[in-house]
Design a protein around this ligand. Structure first.
Ligand code: UDX
Length: 420
């Protein structure tokens, strides 16, 4: 079975290299020339644990990279579409890239006997049946499922752990009404030791949103409890441990802090709120999840305010939305910086992976070469990403306000946690 993967962002690149590592012939397709160059030269275009090693193994062996979508479709039996579905202004989801790629694939389907198209991009319920399949049918003048297959196969990869998650998923979800292509994909995943759930298109699309909405809710829940605990002088971490031991609750995603960011949770919760509202339902709980999350980084500033320290020399440690990635999309750190700049604070900044990206947004701040330099130059230090190296700095007597729960031992002398 020859595979093409269209869109080599976090999801597509992981899908392409991991399938190639399993021994399949894979063609990766992207329109970004710089990205293509970088992958061909075995240089990961993103920071992702383990990616470089796999690239070294598979590039020029059984992974080829191209911008030629036509050739990729003609030379493969099955295509994974992994293009982005970014948020539009009001929170709805942009289908522009997905529709554009579907149109092109539709044209090339004309030239083929049979082909299977798998959607991995995150899309709201109804998109496969109401957008993708009609476009493919119109452009190819062929009929689903007789002449080509379509499946919805959502991804659940965590950035920083994407390769581990690819090879050891909790479950694989495949949505379709088409038995033939369902068998093809089941065969492709047959060596995975996890449940494979077959559903309708819409159910598969919704499972992805419901998963992310639930995890985001869990985080806002523990942050809300954390904000209450802080007023009682209770350590939320102990409370989280106590409730997490209940198997119905489970210990994961109960780390309180400055809230969730990244490319998925904020975008997906917004998209489901938008769609539900459009359908006449007011999703109050999900709106509250975003409300709590929006205000959570401000809790750090409230601590500064209470201590009368807002205008001091402030050190910022960490810029990415979590450790293990260079991704700054929707990072709570960036909102914190904006707020501090409005207060005219003097900022000293360090992150091991994302400084260049942030320099493009805030070019005039003081970016330093290490966490220790930041500590040395500031009066107060804010920890905004849980990079392990921040545990080992010498903070001396400086006040450290921790938004990410980075210390389990060796807590600095002058320390305050956001919810503990
Ligand atoms: C998430 C989902 O986990 C993944 O299944 C989906 O495919 C994409 O979105 P990712 O965005 O990579 O993955 O990050 P994740 O590890 O889930 O963390 C998301 C955010 O929540 C981060 O900002 C993280 O710091 C925060 N978080 C996570 C908490 O604040 N507390 C927690 O207990 C867990």
């Amino acid at each position: 079975m020859k595979i093409s993967v269209i869109g080599l962002g976090y999801v597509g690149l992981t899908q392409a290299v991991c399938l190639a590592d399993l021994g399949y012939e894979v063609i990766g397709v992207d329109i970004n020339k710089e990205r293509i160059e970088s992958i061909i030269n075995k240089k990961p275009p993103i920071y992702e644990k383990g990616l470089k090693k796999i690239l070294d193994r598979v590039v020029s062996r059984n992974l080829s990279i191209t911008s030629n979508l036509k050739k990729a479709i003609l030379d493969s039996d099955i295509s994974f579409i992994c293009v982005g579905t970014p948020s539009k202004k009001q929170g709805s989801m942009s289908l522009h890239q997905l529709e554009h790629v579907s149109k092109e694939i539709g044209m090339y389907l004309k030239l083929k006997k049979y082909h299977t198209v798998v959607i991995k991009s995150t899309v709201v319920a109804g998109t496969c049946e109401e957008n993708v399949i009609p476009i493919l049918e119109k452009e190819s003048k062929k009929k689903f499922p007789k002449d080509f297959g379509v499946l919805m196969n959502p991804e659940f990869l965590r950035e920083g752990e994407a390769i581990e998650d690819f090879f050891n998923p909790d479950r694989i979800v495949i949505g379709s009404s088409d038995k033939r292509s369902l068998q093809t994909l089941r065969k492709l995943y047959s060596n995975f030791k996890c449940p494979i759930l077959s559903t309708s298109f819409k159910e598969a699309e919704m499972i992805k949103y419901a998963s992310n909405a639930f995890l985001a809710t869990k985080i806002s829940f523990i942050n809300e409890i954390g904000n209450i605990c802080k007023r009682f002088n209770i350590d939320t971490n102990v409370v989280a441990e106590g409730i997490g031991l209940d198997h119905r609750i489970c210990p994961y995603f109960l780390r309180s802090g400055i809230g969730f960011g990244g490319s998925c949770f904020p975008k997906d919760v917004n998209a489901i709120i938008y769609k539900a509202t459009e359908l006449g339902y007011n999703p109050r709980l999900l709106r509250a999840v975003l409300d709590v999350n929006r205000d959570q980084p401000l809790k750090l500033l409230e601590i500064l305010e209470k201590k009368g320290l807002r205008h001091r020399k402030i050190g910022v440690l960490g810029l990415t939305f979590k450790a293990g990635t260079d991704d700054i999309r929707e990072s709570p750190a960036l909102n914190t910086i904006k707020e501090l700049l409005m207060e005219e604070a003097e900022l000293y900044i360090y992150d091991p992976k994302a400084m260049d990206k942030v320099k493009r947004i805030f070019p005039h701040l003081n970016y330093l070469g290490s966490g220790q330099e930041v500590v040395n130059n500031s009066e107060i230090v804010l920890i905004l990403t849980e990079w392990p190296e921040f545990k080992d700095l010498d903070y001396g007597d400086k006040l450290v306000i921790d938004g990410k729960n980075v210390f389990n031992s060796k807590i600095p002398k002058n320390y305050e946690g956001i919810c503990w």
